[in-house]
Design a binder for this molecule. Sequence first.
Ligand SMILES: Cc1cc2nc3c(=O)[nH]c(=O)nc-3n(C[C@H](O)[C@H](O)[C@H](O)COP(=O)(O)OP(=O)(O)OC[C@H]3O[C@@H](n4cnc5c(N)ncnc54)[C@H](O)[C@@H]3O)c2cc1C
Length: 480
Amino acid sequence: MTRRVLILGAGVTGLAAADRLLELGGCDVTVVEAEPTVGGLAATVVRDGIATDLGPHRLHSEIAEVQTLLPQLLGDRLLRVRRSSRIYLDGKWLTYPLRAGEVLRVLGVGTVARLAAAMVGAKAGRALGKMGVQPASFADAMRAAFGGAAYRKVIEPYARKVWRAEPASLSAEIARVRLPDQSLGAAFGRALRLGRRRTAGPVREFGYVRGGIGQLGEILADRIRSRGGKILLNSRATALRAANAQPAATHPPPLQVVVQQGTGQTVLDADTVISTIPLPQLGAMLPGGDEHVRSAFAKLEYLSIILVVLVAAKERLGPDHWLYFPQTPPLATRACEPKNFDASLAPAGRTALCCEITARCDEPLWAMDDGQIAAQIERELAATGLFEPRDIVSRFVLRRNWAYPIYTLGYEKSLAAVWPFLSTFPNLVTTGRQGLFNHNNIDHALVMGRCAAEAVAASTAPARQWYASLDRFSTFRIWD
Ligand SMILES: Cc1cc2nc3c(=O)[nH]c(=O)nc-3n(C[C@H](O)[C@H](O)[C@H](O)COP(=O)(O)OP(=O)(O)OC[C@H]3O[C@@H](n4cnc5c(N)ncnc54)[C@H](O)[C@@H]3O)c2cc1C
């Protein structure tokens, strides 16, 4: 009998799961997506002829499976781009990755000497680390790695701005995932020629998708539909329960998912569900769970993102892909010029700057009016010399909740409390950035989706085995 598999969410993870299941065969696959388009966070929005990703999405992977898969999926849409980036520090622009001569010239001998002395001190800190003294927080990890001066100058203000939290309240796991050797602090080390061992630098060349990252989701969606899979857009899952049916000897009872479509509701039956929606949302949809489990779901917090897109009446604002702002002002953490990723993203004589701001959805920053926030960003970035105020002819603001899982101290305990509860639903697995609370990239999302599909194809009750093997996803690293 063909098994009915329902996938919640049509981001990269959900689409990759559907694609892999249809490749393996034997399943009837339906994807339900709350938004009107596929792609999730990896979508491209087009307004007034200007296309922009929800924050720039470049492709880079160290995973062999993905290195083979992406060229197959994207064909001649896969572009190779040579990276150009700058960082704005103490009111000056520096090339990123940093160059020793430029750092000395721009920041001055006094500042550089203080950074260098602190980094030499930090090497003693690292030696202690090797003796078994593990850093508890992100602040400890970064201070031990780069010393107090670089920490205070670059890392602390940037972390406060990006994570909207004190670095001492964040887990050292962020340092591991974001690969500190690639970070701004390490870049200082390399620029100052500290240490004999050469560390790998940031990614200097990367892949991009002609037409914007959203094309990846569209291509996956086309493959899914052409093999008979269904994708229901504007369809939000709101509840999930076991059907009132006798389990067969080898199958658990089917699941029922309540889906809101506009003002109407429908109930979809499934033999197995793969969820890629945020873990707290999934928790709220499920019956059962004691106080301890409910509070664990609630403690898993996510950051939202606000994107201010400034449209300029110019061919280009500069040569750069990413511009980094570790200090405040400006309010933006990062900005990118999409036309430098792919010239087709804006028409001739027009370009755009997509500026990123992270926020918690319960703080005043998130409540700020779109017009007010765009005006502030425009003013602050003009002051950095990126453009003249008269260059900007229009602007728009995009917002997304559930952008980044926040690794606060102790988040692992919350996850450890929710997995045993979720494994009591034998034919439900959760996966992906949102579903496993895993701060990751597109290559990881592809792998997480495909692994979930393989687990589901191999068993009618995959949950127990799935939750016992999640460690394989905790080794993912983001290469900046
Ligand atoms: C600003 C930013 C920049 C990034 N840059 C890069 C980059 O340069 N390179 C890179 O590789 N990665 C990058 N990433 C990471 C990348 O976007 C993610 O790893 C990937 O898109 C995660 O895919 P996902 O499917 O797991 O999650 P999502 O994309 O979040 O997909 C989840 C889907 O579930 C849907 N959903 C939620 N609730 C429901 C519900 N109740 N019912 C139905 N559907 C629901 C959502 O609408 C969404 O479509 C970036 C992320 C951000 C935020």
